[in-house]
Design a protein around this ligand. Structure first.
Ligand code: GTP
Ligand code: SPV
Ligand code: MN
Length: 600
C-alpha cells in the first residue's frame, strides 16, 4: 500500500515497477518494526553481518563487491538536453538516448526481488531549505543506510503534500554489480537520477552526492541558493558567541575531521568549543537579514574509517559505537568487532580482510596489504555525535561568517590565506587543486583541478557555476562570508606533513575568526592576506612547529606561484573555455591581478 496520495509519486513508482518488474513492492514508512525486520532479513541472507551487540549495539557489517568500492567518475553522467549545459567537467549523453539505453538494463532487473520505495527529506522536515526525494531500490543495504543518512519515512511524504511535483526521483538497482554496465546518471532537467550495477555509497545512496550536490547545485542555480561539498561547524568562543564556518575540501581531504575537531588544551581552557552541523554537504541561501545561512541536508555521517582513532578524531570514533553500518573495513572474528588501519596498533590476528579472506592480520599487513579498504566507511547517525550542534535541526540553518577552501598540496599553497574580497575568493575556489584519493576509482596521489572541491559534483556547466558564485556574492554584498584557503598537507623534502593538523587546525580557525572580527592584522601578499608569523598560536606545539617550519608553512614562493598562475591560465583556456565553459571575465581579471602583483 502506498504511503501517499500524491499522484505524481504514485504514477512514477508505477512506471518504475512496470520497468523493473519486481516480485514485491514495499513502501518504507520508517517504523522501527519495519527496519528491524529488514535488518533480520539482511542478516539471514548474509547481505549484512551482525556485529558484537554488547560492544557495538545496533551495528552491522557489510562488504561490497571488490570491483565496487568507490565512486566511479568515469561512469557518472549529467544528461541535459543540450551538451553545453553539462559543460566541460562532466560526462554527457543525450537524455533520450541514455533513458533508452538504461531502460534495457532496468527491464525486468528486479524479477524475483523486492522493490523498496524510500521517501526521504534532505534537510530538517519543514525547513524552507529542505527538499523531498523518493528512491526506489532493490537493496536492503541502501534502505538501512538511507535511514541513517536522511530523514527517511512517511513524514517526508507529509512534507511533500498531495499535489506537489517537486521531488527528486531516484531509481537504483544493484542489478548484478557488473562494472562494465555501471552507470550513475543525473537528469537535472527531470529531477531524476538513475543508478545501476553498483551497491556502494555515493553511487547508490541517491540522496547524497547525486541529489544533494549534482541535482541540488542545478536547482540552486535556478532558485538562488547554493549546494556545496562543505562541512559546517560552529566555534564557540570564550565570550560565548558561536561563529559558523563552512569548508570545502575534496573527498577524503579532511572535512569530517575538521567538522568534529577537538581544540588543543590551551584553547579548551580558554573556553573554545567546536560543534558539528555537517561533515560533507551544505545547502546555503541568503536569509531575511541578508546573511548567508546553511543547513546540512544529511542526517548522518558516511565517514572514511581508516585513520579514524582515539587521537585523530575521538568524536567520529564515538559516533560509530552504536547503530552504525560498517562497509569494507576488517572483521575481528574473535569478538565480532571491526578494525581498520590506524585504529590502533593491534590488527586482529583472527581477521577477515575487506575482500572476505580469513587472514592473520599481523602477518597480512606486514606485507604492505591493508585489512580495511582505504575507502572503507562507517555510516553513523548524527545524533551519535558527542559534539553535534544544538542548531543541527534548526530549519533556518546557521549564519555563515567564513568559507574555507582547501586541498592536498605537498607544496605551493600556504597553511592559510584570505582572499581580498568575494570575487577573489571565488577565483581561489576555482583554483582548488588536490591530490586524488581512494574516494573515487582511479590513480591516487595525482594532482588535479577540483574547483570548489566540486569537480565530480557540479550538475551543470562549471562556467555557469562560477557565474552563480559571483552573483551570490553580489546579492550578499558586505554581508558575504569572508573567504579563506587552507592546506593541512604541506610536506618536507622527505614527504612528511609539516603541520600537525587535526585538533591543531583550531589554531588556524582562530586566526580566521579573528580576521572575520577584524581583531588581527595580516600581511598583504600577491596571493592574498597571510597571517603574520606570530599570529598563528603555537603554544604547546613549539617543538614541532618551529619558527623555521612556520616560515615554510607561510611561504609564498614566487617561482612556484608563477607556475601556479600559468597553470590556472592554461586550465581556464584549454580545459574549460576551449571545451565549452564560459569562464567569467571577472575570474580572468583576478588571474591578471595576481600575476601583476607577483611581478611587481
Ligand atoms: P569524504 O567523506 O570523502 O568527503 O572525506 P572528508 O573530506 O570528510 O575526509 P576525512 O575527514 O574523512 O579525512 C580523510 C583522510 O584525511 C583521513 O585519513 C584523515 O586521517 C586525513 N586527515 C584529515 N584531517 C587531516 C589533517 O589535518 N592532517 C592530515 N595530515 N591528515 C588529515
Ligand atoms: C566523497 O567521496 O566525497 C564521499 C563519499 O563523501 S561518497 O558518498 O561515496 O561520495
Ligand atoms: Mn564527500
Amino acid at each position: 500500500m502506498s504511503l501517499t496520495n500524491n499522484q505524481n509519486v504514485i504514477k512514477w513508482v508505477d512506471e518504475m515497477v512496470a520497468l523493473c518488474k519486481p516480485e514485491n513492492v514495499v513502501w518504507i514508512d520508517g517504523s522501527a518494526e519495519q527496519l528491524d525486520a529488514l535488518r533480520k532479513e539482511a542478516i539471514s541472507t548474509g547481505e549484512m553481518i551482525e556485529l558484537n551487540q554488547e560492544k557495538l549495539p545496533g551495528c552491522l557489517y557489510h562488504r561490497t563487491n571488490p570491483n565496487d568500492v568507490a565512486r566511479v567518475e568515469d561512469r557518472t553522467f549529467i544528461c541535459t538536453r543540450k551538451k553545453e549545459d553539462a559543460g566541460p567537467t562532466n560526462n554527457w549523453c543525450d537524455p533520450q538516448e541514455m533513458y533508452a539505453k538504461l531502460s534495457k538494463l532496468y527491464d525486468g532487473v528486479m524479477k524475483g526481488r523486492t522493490m523498496y520505495v524510500i521517501p526521504y527529506s534532505m534537510g530538517p522536515i519543514g525547513s524552507p531549505l529542505a527538499k523531498v526525494g523518493v528512491e526506489v531500490t532493490d537493496s536492503i543495504y541502501v534502505v538501512l543506510n538511507m535511514n541513517i543518512m536522511t530523514r527517511m519515512g512517511a513524514d517526508a511524504f507529509k512534507n511533500l503534500g498531495d499535489v506537489s511535483d517537486d521531488f527528486v526521483r531516484g531509481l537504483h538497482s544493484k542489478a548484478d554489480v557488473n562494472p562494465e554496465e555501471r552507470y550513475i546518471v543525473q537528469f537535472p532537467e527531470d529531477n531524476t537520477i538513475w543508478s545501476i550495477n553498483s551497491a556502494y555509497g555515493g553511487n547508490v545512496l541517491l540522496g547524497k552526492k547525486c541529489f544533494a550536490l549534482r541535482i541540488a547545485s542545478f536547482q540552486g542555480k535556478n532558485e538562488g541558493w547554493m549546494a556545496e561539498h562543505m562541512l559546517i561547524l560552529g566555534v564557540k568562543k570564550p565570550d560565548g558567541e558561536i561563529k559558523y564556518i563552512t569548508a570545502a575540501f575534496p573527498s577524503a581531504c579532511g572535512k569530517t575531521n575538521l567538522a568534529m575537531l577537538i581544540p588543543p588544551e590551551g584553547y579548551k581552557k580558554d573556553g573554545y568549543e567546536v560543534f558539528t552541523v555537517g561533515d560533507d554537504i551544505a545547502w546555503m541561501k541568503p536569509g531575511e537579514d541578508g546573511r548567508l545561512y546553511a543547513i546540512n541536508p544529511e542526517n548522518g555521517f558516511f565517514g572514511v574509517a581508516p585513520g579514524t582513532n582515539e587521537k585523530s578524531n575521538p568524536n567520529a570514533l564515538h559516533c560509530t559505537m552504536k547503530d552504525t553500518i560498517f562497509t569494507n573495513v576488517a572483521l575481528n572474528n574473535d569478538d565480532m568487532t571491526v578494525w581498520w588501519e590506524k585504529l590502533d596498533k593491534n590488527p586482529p590476528v583472527n581477521a577477515t580482510e575487506w575482500k572476505g579472506a580469513k587472514v592473520n592480520g599481523v602477518e597480512y599487513t606486514a606485507e604492505g596489504n591493508t585489512l580495511a579498504h582505504p575507502n572503507s566507511r562507517f555510516t553513523a547517525p548524527a545524533t551519535n555525535c558527542p559534539c553535534i550542534s544544538s542548531e543541527f535541526n534548526n530549519p533556518a540553518g546557521v549564519p555563515i561568517s567564513a568559507i574555507i577552501f582547501g586541498g592536498r598540496r605537498a607544496s605551493t599553497t600556504p597553511l592559510v590565506y584570505q582572499s581580498f574580497d568575494w570575487t577573489h575568493g571565488t577565483y581561489m575556489g576555482s583554483a582548488v587543486s588536490s591530490e586524488t584519493t581512494a574516494a573515487a576509482t582511479g590513480a591516487v596521489g595525482v594532482l588535479r583541478h577540483d574547483p570548489m572541491a566540486m569537480k565530480p559534483f557540479i550538475g551543470y556547466n562549471v562556467g555557469d557555476y562560477w557565474a552563480h558564485w559571483l552573483e551570490m556574492g553580489e546579492k550578499l554584498g558586505d554581508k558575504a562570508p569572508k573567504i579563506f584557503n587552507v592546506n593541512w598537507f604541506k610536506q618536507d623534502e622527505n614527504g612528511n606533513f609539516i603541520w600537525p593538523g587535526f585538533g591543531d587546525n583550531m589554531r588556524v580557525l582562530d586566526w580566521i575568526i579573528k580576521r572575520c572580527e577584524g581583531t588581527v592584522d595580516a600581511v598583504e601578499t600577491a596571493i592574498g592576506y597571510l597571517p603574520k608569523k606570530e599570529d598563528i598560536n603555537v603554544e604547546g606545539i613549539e617543538d614541532e612547529v618551529t619558527p623555521e617550519i612556520m616560515d615554510k608553512l607561510l611561504d609564498v614562493d614566487k617561482e612556484l606561484w608563477t607556475k601556479e598562475i600559468a597553470e590556472m591560465r592554461r586550465y581556464y583556456n584549454d580545459d574549460i573555455k576551449a571545451k565549452g565553459g564560459n569562464v567569467p571575465e571577472a575570474l580572468y581579471a583576478e588571474l591578471d591581478k595576481i600575476e601583476a602583483r607577483l611581478n611587481k
